[in-house]
Design a protein around this ligand. Sequence first.
Ligand code: LLP
Length: 422
Amino acid sequence: MKLPPSKPIELLSGNDTSGFQVEQVSLASIAEEFGTPCYVYSQSAIEAAWREFTTHLAPLSPMICFAVKANPNLAILNLLAGLGSGFDIVSGGELARVIAAGGSPNKVVFSGVGKSVAEIEFALHSSVFCFNVESEAELDRIHSVAHRLGVKAPVSLRVNPDVDAHTHPYIATGLKESKFGVAWENALELYEHASKMSHLTIKGVDCHIGSQITDLSPFGEALDRLLNLVERLTATGIHISHIDVGGGIGIQYQDEISPQMADYAKILIDRLRGRKEQLVLEPGRRIVGNAGLLLTRVEYTKTAGNKRFALVDAAMNDLMRPALYEAWHEVVAVKKEGNEQRFDIAGPVCESGDILARDRMLEVHEGSLLAILSAGAYGSSMSSNYNTRPRPAEVLIDGAKSSLIRSRETLSSLWEDEIIPK
Ligand code: LLP
C-alpha cells in the first residue's frame, strides 16, 4: 500500500464496507485483540515520512532531530533512531527516553525555556550535541553548571526571528512577544557575551517559529534572518558550525494544503547549498502525525434537541487537540453499517468541551468502531488521566505484524504514587 504521509485517509486501505485496515491488519482485529481506545501507528508511514526529509534534503546532508514531544513512545523513538534520527528534546525526561530507546545523546538538541540545573547536569553528563538556549539567564546557568562540572557546554541561541507563522496562536512561537527564544535585536550582544564565557562552546544558531505551518514563506523569512545574524556573527569573529531551523512543517488534517516537502526543501537548499554550516531540523508532526490514528468504539448514540451524539470510549484525556485548539481530525467509520447521519463524536469525560469531532456524517450505531485520523503527533503524548481514565494501549503495525508498544494503563497504577497520610 502506498503511503504518502501527508493525507490522513491514505493511512487506511480496504473500504468502508469490508472494513479499513492499517497496512495489512484490519482495525476490527486490532480492536478485538488490544481493546479500545487504542492508538494505532503504521511503521511504513513513519518510514515514508522520514524518507521524505532525507530524500528531498539530501543535497544538504542534514541532521534530523525528531521532536520527541510529538510522540515519545520508546518503540517509535527506537524506530527513528534506527533510521538515523537525532532528537530534539525539551526535558530531562525526554533525554532519558531517548537513551532508553537506544538513541544517541550526541545527536540530541536540548530546547525548552525552563531547563533546570538537574536537567542541564544530566545533559552535560550525557554529552548532548547542543543546548538551544532561550534566555540570558539560562546561558549564565548553563555556564555555571558546566564550570562546576569542569566541562564546556555546546550552545546555540534560539533566536526569535519575529515572523508570523500564520498558525494557531497556541502553537505560534516566533513572534516578538512569545515566551520562546531571545529577541532578534539582542541576539548579537548575547552571542558576544557567550563568547567570553570560558565553559561554553558556541556551536550554532537556532530558531523554531511554530507548529502546523502550512504557508512556507515564514520559513524562508526566518532563515534569511538567521543567515543575516550568522553574517554579523562572523564579522565579529564568532564562527558557528550549524544552523538549526527548528520544526513546524504542517500536515493535512482536513482541507488545508499540506506543504510539499520538495518546496520546503527548496527554501532551505536555495539558501544553504554550498555553506559550511551543518543544517539541523527538528520536525515532529510531519513524521508521525498522519502515521497514527485513535481507534475508538461507540458506546451509545443519543439525541439532544437537534443534535445527535455518538458517545465513544475515547475522550479529551486521550486526544486533547480538539478541546484545546478546536483542532479538526477526520473521523471514519471502520465499517459501513446503516445510514449516514450527522453526529457529534463525544467522549465520556465530564466536560462540555469533550467533543472529539463535530457535525460529521457517519454511519454508526452502538458498538461501531471509529478511527480518528491524524492522531500520531501530540495525541498520546498529550494524554492525561483526567476522570481517572487509564491511558490507551498503543500498537505499531508493520506489514501483517502488530506489536503492542504500550499496554493500556491499569487502574491501580493510576494511584500507586498516591499516599493516604497515617
Ligand atoms: N522544535 C521545538 C523547539 C518545538 O517547540 C517544537 C514543537 C518542534 C520542534 C516540533 O514542531 P512540529 O514539527 O511538530 O510542528 N501540541 C500542539 C503542538 C505543539 C508544538 C510544540 N513545539 C498540537 O497538538 O498541535
